[in-house]
Design a protein around this ligand. Structure first.
Ligand code: NOJ
Length: 510
């Protein structure tokens, strides 16, 4: 063999080796101070829907009056029975080794009329008991004021489409800061405003299922962002000086990417879609200019004109509110699960007109990533990395908490799919921290235990613990992912353990 021919394969081999080292070089260790937690929400776990003074909320109303709207006909009447079993919850949290527990307060349990005319002592007692138990285990509370369970009495007045809700929310927040603020140092005002406004007011995917597409969704965002800002200012001016805590909002994304990254139209449309989804709520709070994203205002105005309307369905905030809303979050809270693709211009939702989707003017597709039990949830870890880099550049490098991330299956105890998901998404977090300087400070896994997954009922399960809802005492059984997460929190490092590899697959790189 001539020498050259012999030499080539060696150099090729070295090059391939070098390349593979780069590809597989992975960070495993989390930075000093990075924190881990898990999350739940009141209506999804508490049960006790009508005892000890709690009033009806919009999810009670929907699941009782229209049970066919819930995939398996279940409801939150008992759910995981956390109202009675919160000590079990806390023991599980301690076993998982979390730094913090993200849970939400039930407005209807604290203020049965929705307004401050009556504060329910049993509601206050319940959350104080939970806080005591967490304190004993050294677990920090991260508390959401509103995780979708609006008192029905306030919905009867129009809910988030009624501007009076700005005062009602501020008053409710005031009670919570006053009653619990000496022990709660981290607050979230709203969980996933997009789901509240688009899914519940612009559609019927969530309670109260108003389905006022293209109108109710934008009325809701106007009220919700103002209510958020008022709660922030109240905390900032009145409570922070004494209580010294932090307050933020948790915004969710489906991250959109062009199906073909070389296709300029798709690239531009993906940016529009991300502005409509995440920017809708992030732009007013986290950009220097404030207000809704320009492209959103322009698109809705153009669509509204084409519909023959005298004025746009989405109104930009006036300068007072732009200033008042801007900068009202100490961190950017992100709930992220999945990535979808943009395949081109147009609209694939012709039944709804007008609508948010039509206002975007792009066709979306889910043809990317692995499956979960939830139709909308595709496993696309690289999308998470791209999304976080985009947040850094779009919002001037904010301090970020991942306030939710998780995977659904149908309830297996050997939940390799969940472990793989966590491992791959956490790997992306490490990559963006170390390679791109994205300032991610903490991670929250959704969720402690299988719970009432809204319109999916108990048919889609996201929990570390399996919950048997056929048994009155709601027994909880740890899934394999409990051990994975426990190792993660103990070592502050991605677990490297063969136990977590799916024996039927070879892909996992733990
Ligand atoms: C986001 C929501 O905040 C939570 O309530 C829900 O269960 C999870 N996503 C999973 O869908």
């Amino acid at each position: 063999m001539p020498p050259m021919e012999h030499a080539m394969p060696i150099w090729t081999f070295i090059a391939v080796l070098a390349l593979s080292q780069t590809c597989f070089a992975r960070y495993t260790k989390f930075p000093e101070g990075f924190t881990f937690g898990v999350a739940t929400a009141a209506h999804q776990i508490e049960g006790a829907w009508n005892v000890s003074g709690k009033s009806e909320n919009v999810w009670d109303r929907l699941s009782h009056s229209r049970p066919e709207m819930i995939a398996d006909g279940t409801n939150g009447d008992i759910a995981c029975d956390s109202y009675n079993r919160y000590l079990e919850d806390v023991a599980e949290l301690a076993y998982l080794g979390v730094d913090f527990y993200r849970f939400s307060l039930s407005w209807a349990r604290i203020l049965p009329s929705g307004r401050v005319d009556l504060i329910n002592p049993d509601g206050i007692r319940y959350y104080n008991a939970l806080l005591d138990a967490l304190e004993e285990k050294n677990i920090e509370p991260l508390v959401t004021l509103f995780h979708w369970d609006l008192p029905q009495s306030l919905q009867d007045l129009g809910g988030w489409a009624n501007p009076k809700m700005i005062d009602y929310f501020r008053d409710y927040a005031d009670v919570c800061f006053r009653e619990f603020g000496n022990r709660i140092k981290s607050w979230i005002t709203f969980n996933e405003p997009y789901e509240i406004c688009e899914d519940a007011y612009g559609d019927e995917k969530k309670a109260p299922a108003i389905n006022s597409h293209g109108v109710g969704n934008y009325l809701c965002s106007d009220t919700l962002l103002k209510a958020h800002a008022e709660a922030y200012h109240l905390y900032n001016e009145t409570y922070r000086p004494m209580q010294n805590g932090k307050i933020m909002i948790s915004i969710n994304s489906i991250w959109y990417e062009p199906q073909d990254p070389e296709n300029a139209e798709q690239v531009a449309l993906a940016e529009v879609a991300n502005q409509f989804k995440f920017g809708w709520f992030a732009n007013p709070i986290f950009t220097a200019d404030g207000g809704y994203p320009t492209v959103m205002v322009e698109n809705v105005a153009r669509q509204s004109q084409a519909e023959g309307l005298p004025k746009p369905r989405l109104e930009q905030f006036d300068s007072y509110w732009i200033q008042r809303i801007k900068g009202t979050s100490d961190f950017l809270g992100i709930n992220h699960y999945t990535t979808h693709l943009i395949t081109g211009a147009g609209v694939d939702y012709s039944a709804q007109s007008p609508s948010w989707l039509k206002d975007i003017g792009a066709i979306t597709s889910m043809e990317v990533g692995g499956d979960s039990a939830s139709e909308w949830l595709r496993v696309v870890p690289t999308g998470f990395g791209n999304f976080l880099r985009w947040c850094k550049s779009t919002y001037n490098n904010p301090a970020i908490y991942i306030t939710e991330n998780g995977f659904s299956d149908f309830g297996t105890l050997q939940d390799y799919g969940r472990i793989q998901y966590f491992n791959d998404y956490l790997t992306e977090i490490l990559n963006v921290i170390y390679d791109d300087g994205v300032n991610v400070l903490g991670y929250t896994a959704w969720t402690l235990m299988d719970n009432f997954e809204w319109r999916a009922g108990f048919s889609e399960r996201f929990g570390f613990y399996y919950v048997d809802i056929t048994e009155p005492d709601r027994p909880r059984t740890p899934k394999l992912s409990v051990e994975y997460f426990r190792q993660l929190t103990a070592n502050r490092e991605l677990p490297q353990d063969d136990r977590f590899k799916d024996p039927s697959k070879t892909r996992i790189e733990l």
